[in-house]
Design a binder for this molecule. Structure first.
Ligand SMILES: [Zn+2]
Ligand SMILES: [Zn+2]
Length: 356
């Protein structure tokens, strides 16, 4: 059977790390070697390895790994930055260290991996902190949430969605500590970042510059084992992508600062211009969780200034939308908040008394 030849997981024993690495690279994933028996990248050359806090490496020369010559030369320095799909380079690495584990660099591989931990420990006393920003039922039984699996089940329930990995099926890996990794392909054209704990209690995300241990890798704590039959990776479900976006995991391209319309008008440095600038930067810099409230307030405050006639309503609405995008708010939601905020403000015009 061809699939048995291609997949290193068809064997009952722990697969050969070199085959795991080559199989992962054949999926288009960028791999890098992990120190034997561990889940941390192999030590790079002397010049590139800072050493540990307790044992700093005196030969280390501080430099940015992104443009380190070692990587171009094929040395596995700087962990994920060295990750590659090149079979020759991979074969050479695992020829040198046949027992090295396999790391998969999330960002370059186009992956987002949902990391569901099972640390045990006490869930937050206030259940609202389990999944910040998610409306939860108020009848959660104390003791029903033991670890990340419980948090995830709550999230799926709140979104009326199937548990990740069930529908659609996707590569699901059990970690030696009993946690579960759900592997997903990022939607085309999107970029994501890791943010520890931002989604929920004992839920982490591997994305961007972080990596996951490939199934089949054995550490001293045990083997990362692919569950079920599925060895392919499904696209990140839309509902989960929304929650990851909401919690700040989505990287949006920096929008170039637009020339604000009133800077070219006669407002100059007066009171109105100062208020406008303050409100816009508050919106643009708002953190998730406070973004909607900040936008509503800003639209209202600017709305109170419209009646005085020195601001153009469309210009203000456009600039607010731009600031909202900068903060990562979805356009439709932001546009609606801006419309209603401006209108509410207009109904309570502020007397400027010639300050503008
Ligand atoms: Zn090096
Ligand atoms: Zn280096």
């Amino acid at each position: 059977m061809i699939s048995a030849l291609l997949s290193p997981y068809s064997r009952p024993t722990a697969p050969d790390p070199r085959r795991v690495a080559l199989w992962a690279a054949a999926q288009g994933w960028h791999v890098h070697p992990l120190a034997s028996g561990t889940k941390i990248p192999v030590r790079g050359c002397d010049r590139c390895s800072p050493g540990s806090k307790d044992r700093p490496n005196p030969q280390y020369v501080e430099h940015d790994g992104h443009d380190c010559a070692c990587i171009a030369a094929g040395r596995p320095c700087h962990g994920v930055l060295a990750a590659t799909t090149d079979p020759e380079r991979i074969a050479a690495w695992w020829d040198r260290i046949p027992t090295a584990g396999v790391g998969v660099a999330a960002g370059p591989s186009g992956l987002v991996i949902l990391d569901v931990d099972c640390h045990g420990g006490q869930p937050p006393e206030d259940f609202a902190e389990l999944l910040p920003g998610v409306e939860l039922p108020d009848d959660i039984a104390p003791g029903s949430i033991a670890d990340g699996r419980g948090t995830l089940a709550l999230l799926a329930e709140a979104r009326r969605a199937p548990l990740p990995g069930c529908r659609p099926e996707t590569l699901t890996v059990r970690t030696p500590s009993g946690g579960v990794h759900y592997w997903f392909r990022v939607p085309a054209g999107t970029t994501w970042r890791p943010l520890a704990g931002a989604l929920g209690w004992q839920l982490d995300v591997r994305a961007g510059s972080s990596y996951a241990v490939a199934p089949g890798t054995t550490t001293r704590s045990g083997t990362y084992t692919a569950l079920g039959e599925c060895r392919t990776v499904a696209e990140l479900p839309v509902w989960l992508a929304r929650d990851l976006d909401r919690t700040g995991h989505r990287v949006r391209p920096e929008r170039p600062r637009v020339a604000l319309p009133w800077r070219t008008r006669s407002i100059g440095t007066g009171y109105v211009a100062a208020v406008v600038r303050r409100e816009l930067s508050a919106v643009a810099e708002a953190q998730s969780g406070t973004r909607n409230g900040t936008l509503n307030r800003a639209a209202f405050n600017l709305g109170t200034l419209l009646a005085a006639g020195s601001l153009d309503r469309t210009g203000v609405a456009d600039a607010l939308l731009d600031a909202a995008r900068h903060a990562g708010l979805p356009d439709r939601e932001a546009a609606a908040a801006i419309r209603s905020g401006l209108s509410a403000g207009e109904r309570q015009p502020r007397a400027l008394g010639g300050a503008a």
